[in-house]
Design a protein around this ligand. Structure first.
Ligand SMILES: Nc1ncnc2c1ncn2[C@@H]1O[C@H](COP(=O)(O)OP(=O)(O)OP(=O)(O)O)[C@@H](O)[C@H]1O
Length: 235
């Protein structure tokens, strides 16, 4: 097993609150790890640190063997889809794709394959600012994969999007994985868990690891527990 991302004892404090309280994890080549959690538990904070985007209080993070505090040599192999809208809003879809391909060293063949795969042909002349969530995420994923990264970090890639876009995105991710890619993704919707090998549930600043089936069972157990506490019915 070849480690692609290794985090050790990562602590992050945001406005005096300890959001990550000694997080350790290892993601191996070809693996899909989901970071699950309810709203505001720190998924984005963790993903940004794992991607080398944000500084953190203590601990270590290595991507492809590079300490993110000392080197950015991993960046050529890392694709990223963040929750913040990072595409150029005023540019057209085609201009975004061309610009990012030029910036990150993507080639024409890959660009055309992604346009076909994510059904972006009809959108190329549209300004990004006019796209709905699903279309936006399709373009964002294409941009993240243009330079053929081996590792993809994606935050809530399929949250609140139409089913057709969800389907195209999942197909594209499947192909990325079939070609040997590694995926770490943040998600809050349980039905996505079954697409993953492993899930890390982030709560109170720490992670617990589950298989998708175990995660669902634990979620149901907690719902029953809280229903019992409040006396509500849960069949
Ligand atoms: N820039 C910031 N300023 C102040 N507080 C922040 C900032 N960024 C994050 N936080 C706080 O840190 C905590 C974790 O936020 P984070 O966005 O990482 O959680 P999340 O699990 O990704 O949430 P969501 O499900 O809403 O995306 C939250 O309490 C949030 O309010």
């Amino acid at each position: 097993m070849q480690p692609v991302i290794v985090a050790n004892d990562v602590v992050q404090v945001v406005t005096k609150k300890t959001v990550l309280n000694g997080i350790s994890l290892q993601v191996n080549r070809g693996e899909t790890l989901g970071i699950f959690g309810t709203k505001g538990t720190g998924k984005t904070t963790l993903l940004h640190i794992l991607a080398g985007l944000d500084r953190f209080k203590s601990g270590t993070v290595e991507i492809l063997g590079y300490d993110v505090r000392k080197s950015d040599k991993y960046k050529g192999q890392l694709g990223l889809v963040t929750q913040e809208k990072s595409l150029f809003q005023e540019l057209k879809v085609a201009e975004n794709l061309d610009f990012i391909a030029t910036l990150r060293g993507g080639n024409r063949t890959v660009l055309e394959r992604l346009v076909t795969q994510l059904k972006l042909q009809e959108l190329l002349a549209e300004p990004v600012s006019t796209l709905d969530n699903g279309l936006y995420q399709r373009v964002a994923l294409a941009c993240a994969l243009l330079h053929q990264p081996t590792v993809l970090i994606a935050d809530e890639l399929i949250k609140d999007i139409d089913l057709a876009s969800r389907h195209l995105i999942l197909l594209t991710i499947r192909q990325f994985l079939q070609e040997g890619g590694t995926l770490v993704c943040g998600f809050s919707n349980l039905d996505y868990a079954h697409q993953l090998n492993r899930v890390a549930w982030l709560a109170d600043g720490t992670l617990n690891f589950y298989s998708p089936a175990e995660l669902e069972a634990e979620w149901q157990r907690q719902i029953r527990e809280y229903a019992g506490l409040s006396g509500e019915r849960h069949d």
